[in-house]
Every structure is written in structure tokens, then in C-alpha cells.
Design a protein around this ligand. Structure first.
Ligand code: MEV
Length: 299
């Protein structure tokens, strides 16, 4: 029996723009998905607690297919449990993909490196979603704070992190394709917005190194304005973002594809509770989370 877990994530900057090769900064959070592999006499069986997946574990199925290029897989039971809300922008798909590949790697002694696990995870997301940046799979594998496409680790985030969850599930591929359509119709406008978001991550890298959360928050607010401009915010997310800011967060924005899902606010550590309450009162749900340095790990 082998058991691996991998973390979810929040984006400080760069969702959507990163799909076009611009920079993004993401941070792993202490919500994890766990995958356990045991031997089975009935071929390959998958038991998943993910309730919202209409398509029967697409990420696990495709990850298995990719892994079959390294070893012949048969006679296993894969069982998944998760603390990460599904289709919420917190990286649940990447976490289940990475934990599955890492568990298979151990079970079949295939000696894949962390970089190879992250790359196979990215290929899996690409195949399932049609379009995916390496952000979610890379941060889930490595943990900590990362900048992509550089694939570099940055110093840890040490301020408070509060997540607002609208309870509205969204499809990443649908949101990515909506933004792509807008970009194709108005390239002379949307390309500039993508460049601008990428520049925020470049500036953000310096600010993370200095732990300058006031400036990071200010730029997160600008990033939110641009996410709104490309049509991925919804009224529920705006309510949560405004509630967090009114309650004194350094900054607040959508995390992930938008269209539902979650927002993230950074704040002074002792303000977390107040801000979580304000977000929860505005709409949906909220919780306090912590950045984690730990990526995929054996349980
Ligand atoms: C999804 O978590 C974030 C997007 O930028 C898509 C991606 O990076 O693959 C919208």
C-alpha cells in the first residue's frame, strides 16, 4: 500500500495570462488531496470522494494512461480523499493528478523525479482540459511559492491568507475558452491586458522577496480589475473581494479561472478571523488557510 498527498494552491497573480506564456505567482496552501494505492484482483478500480466529476475521474484516468508509458499498471485500487473543494480555483485537479502520479511512481518503483512528476501532471491537465498552464501542477508538486513559466521557488508567504468560496462551481476549460474568444476578437486590447498581468508577477517576485504585503495587496487589487475586464469575475466574487478590502485586507482577488469558485485575500495574520467573517457575511463561505512549503509527499 502507498499513500501520497498533494496540496491545493492560490494565485497571487497571473491566472489566465499564464495560459499565454505570461508570468504567474502561486502559493501552495495547507488543503490536501490524498491518493492511496492498494493491490486488487479486479483490474484497475478507482474510488473517489469527488462528487462533482460527471466524467468519472478524468484526471486519474488520463494520469494512469500517461504513467503506463513508464510501467505496466494493473491490479490496483486507487482511492481518493480530499479537503480541497472541487472546481473552485484551488487546484483540486492538479492535486489529485500529482498525488496519483507520485503514488504510482512509488508503487512501481519508476524513479520519476519531482520535475518529471510535475511535467506528467501538466500533460495530464492539458489532455483533460484542452488548455492548461504548468502552474497548478508545478506548485502542487513543489509546494511553497513559485513563479511560472520560470518554474522557480520564491520565499514563503508569511502573512495571513483567507479564502472566500462562492459555492458556485465553474469549468476551467470553459473560462479559458471564453477568455480566448475575447482575446481573438480584440487582440489589440486583450493582449495588452495579458502583458500587464504578466508584468505584475515580475514586480510581484521582487515584492515577495521583500515580504512587502502592502504593495503585493495593492497589485492584487489591480490584477482583480483586469480579471474583471476580461470577464471572469461574477457579482458573488466581487461582493467577497469588496468585503475583504473594506475589512482591511492588504488586497483581494479571484484565484483561478473565475466564473465562480474562490477569491483570496492577504492580510495581517491577526486580522484573518475578522476578514473571514466579513467575507462569509457578504456571500458564500470563507476559511482561513496557511501557505505550505510542502508539495507532494508520502503519507
Ligand atoms: C486555473 O487554475 C488558472 C488558469 O490560468 C488556467 C491555467 O493556468 O491552466 C485560468
Amino acid at each position: 500500500m502507498v499513500k501520497y498527498s498533494a496540496p491545493g494552491k492560490v494565485f497571487l497573480f497571473g491566472e489566465h495570462a499564464v495560459v499565454y506564456g505570461k508570468r504567474a505567482i502561486a502559493c501552495a496552501i495547507d488543503l490536501r488531496t490524498t491518493v492511496e494505492i492498494t493491490s486488487s484482483r479486479q483490474g484497475i478500480r478507482i474510488q473517489s470522494a469527488f462528487k462533482d466529476e460527471p466524467d468519472k475521474n478524468p484526471y486519474i484516468r488520463v494520469a494512469l494512461k500517461k504513467f503506463q508509458q513508464c510501467a505496466a499498471v494493473d491490479g490496483i485500487n486507487i482511492s481518493v480523499s480530499s479537503k480541497i473543494p472541487v472546481a473552485s480555483g484551488l487546484g483540486s485537479s492538479a492535486a489529485v493528478t500529482i498525488a496519483t502520479i507520485a503514488a504510482l511512481n512509488d508503487e512501481y518503483q519508476t524513479n520519476l523525479s519531482l520535475d518529471e512528476i510535475a511535467a506528467m501532471g501538466h500533460q495530464t491537465e492539458l489532455e483533460v482540459q484542452g488548455a492548461a498552464s504548468p502552474t497548478d501542477t508545478f506548485v502542487s508538486t513543489m509546494g511553497g511559492t513559485v513563479i511560472v513559466p520560470d518554474k522557480k521557488k520564491l520565499p514563503p508567504i508569511t502573512c495571513g491568507v483567507v479564502v472566500g468560496y462562492t459555492g458556485i462551481s465553474k469549468s476551467t476549460s470553459r473560462m479559458v475558452s471564453r477568455v480566448r474568444t475575447l482575446k481573438e476578437r480584440y487582440p489589440e486590447i486583450i493582449d495588452g491586458i495579458m502583458d500587464c498581468i504578466g508584468n505584475m508577477s515580475t514586480r510581484g517576485e521582487e515584492l515577495v522577496a521583500k515580504n512587502d504585503y502592502v504593495s503585493i495587496g495593492e497589485l492584487m487589487n489591480v490584477n482583480q480589475g483586469l480579471l474583471d475586464a476580461i470577464g471572469v469575475s461574477i457579482p458573488e466574487l466581487s461582493l467577497q473581494v469588496n468585503a475583504a478590502r473594506s475589512c482591511g485586507a492588504y488586497g483581494a482577488k479571484i484565484t483561478g479561472a473565475g466564473g465562480g469558485g474562490c477569491m483570496v485575500a492577504l492580510c495581517e495574520p491577526d486580522r484573518c478571523k475578522e476578514i473571514a467573517t466579513a467575507i462569509g457575511k457578504s456571500c458564500g463561505d470563507s476559511f482561513i488557510t496557511k501557505p505550505t512549503a510542502e508539495g507532494v509527499r508520502k503519507e
